[in-house]
Design a protein around this ligand. Structure first.
Ligand code: ADP
Ligand code: MG
Length: 384
């Protein structure tokens, strides 16, 4: 979806009131009745109709014909608008540039602040895929009537923000967290290639070791990434150092399935290195061992720090259920074609992963061969 920065400048304050009223009304109405919008915004009924018509023309809200009443829904565009306006009011961002990523559940844009410094805006889009089906299947919403995409997307952003902050503050190689609003996160731009695009490495063993060390470092701090794969590892263009991104699915090492998540992260890296670089090592971390040998004990529990930071267990649980339900559905729909690509190298050694993972090769600066990838130009568009 294209972000339209022009609206940020040209919306009137009354239109903004109405848009905010639609957002507030959505907390307990799937379709917000026009009368409620008028009531919340504190504007007279007739006036509201015109204003809301303007908003609908710009696709910030959309009109819904309900059997009982007519009303409006906030669109993705409307929610994006509210978030970006908040970020721009706080002077966190000033202009929007090109889209650099479209995930299934996020859109990624290059943006800039008023000094022209480039940053990355990640807009979470949970519920874009098959949200209704999940809603029917699961009962995790408690008293909430509708698990709106808005609510889930905001939770994902809040969680990602909480983790990114605590990781960054504790010296982990993650993007710099800059600001968060609604379903959006603003973070430092990383000049890097996703590992997925790195066709060859002069010394795969060295990066492999670093990644395994990172998994262990996470676990020593009470955390498991949960989606540690070639898409979520960026390799710095200049130094070849890995930067880890994408945290909405992180779990604590105290999670009941922690070992399973941990092993899956480890396996993702092993499989990728085997297939892509024909690199295989008998050394890889074991969960029980990592926990046993965790040097820091209680005082360095980032999972506990995140919980204390306001993103609590309840929110964590709601999001986790959503993510799992979504995964189940994906697997169901993938089952038909999942038989492709087996490596036939299953009988590998289960030797103990003792010692460190370093070998002494060097990544030569900027020497990775890359598959073709067009990184778009970044013509910014001013917001104000
Ligand atoms: P998703 O949840 O959709 O997987 P990610 O956070 O993994 O979203 O980001 C998707 C893609 O956007 C990444 O693979 C990467 O190419 C790019 N990207 C994300 N964050 C940054 C960043 N801080 N700097 C540069 N590129 C980024
Ligand atoms: Mg990702």
């Amino acid at each position: 979806m294209k972000l339209d920065a022009t609206d940020l400048r040209y919306i009137t304050s009354d239109e903004f009131r109405v848009l905010t009223a639609v957002e507030m009304g959505s907390k307990n109405h799937e379709v917000v009745p026009t009368s409620l919008i008028a009531q919340i915004s504190g504007l007279r009924n007739g006036g509201v109709n015109k204003l809301i018509g303007n908003l609908a023309k710009r696709n910030l809200v959309s009109k819904m014909q309900n059997s009982k009443y007519d009303g409006y829904r906030l669109t993705y565009g409307g929610y994006d608008y509210l978030a970006m306006r908040a970020l721009s009011k706080r002077d966190s961002m000033y202009s929007v540039g090109n889209q650099i990523g479209v995930g299934k559940e996020s859109d990624i844009y290059i943006v800039a602040n008023s000094e022209g410094e480039e940053m990355v805006l990640k807009l979470h889009r949970l519920g874009r895929v098959s949200f209704r089906a999940i809603k029917e299947k699961r009962d995790y919403l408690g008293k909430r009537k509708s698990a709106s995409w808005m609510y889930m997307s905001r939770l994902a952003a809040q969680k990602e923000w909480a983790f990114m902050k605590v990781l960054y503050d504790n010296g982990f190689p993650v993007p710099k967290p800059i600001d968060q609003a609604r379903h959006c996160i603003l973070m430092g731009y990383i000049d890097a290639y996703p590992l997925r695009q790195v066709a060859e490495l002069p010394s795969p063993g060295r990066l492999y070791s670093k990644l395994m060390d990172l998994i262990v470092r996470f676990a020593n701090a009470g955390l498991i990434h949960g989606d540690f794969n070639e898409f979520n590892i960026l390799v710095l263009r200049e130094t070849g150092e890995p930067i880890v991104i994408d945290f909405p699915q992180m779990v604590s090492t105290s999670h009941e399935n922690a070992e399973w998540y941990f092993n899956r992260d480890v396996e993702c890296i092993r499989t990728f290195f085997r297939r892509r670089y024909q690199y295989e090592s008998v050394l890889y971390p074991k969960f029980s061992r990592v926990l046993r040998e965790c040097p820091s004990g209680e005082e360095f529990r980032l999972d506990v720090m995140v919980a204390a930071s306001g993103f609590g267990n309840k929110e964590m649980k709601v999001l986790e259920e959503y993510i799992n339900a979504n995964k189940d559905r994906e697997e169901e729909s993938n089952e038909v074609d999942s038989s492709e690509e087996t490596d036939g190298d299953e009988g590998e050694s289960e030797e103990d992963g003792e010692g460190n993972f370093d070998d002494d090769h060097d990544i030569q600066k900027g020497d990775e061969k890359l598959e073709e990838d067009a990184v778009g130009d970044r013509n910014g568009q001013s917001l104000r």
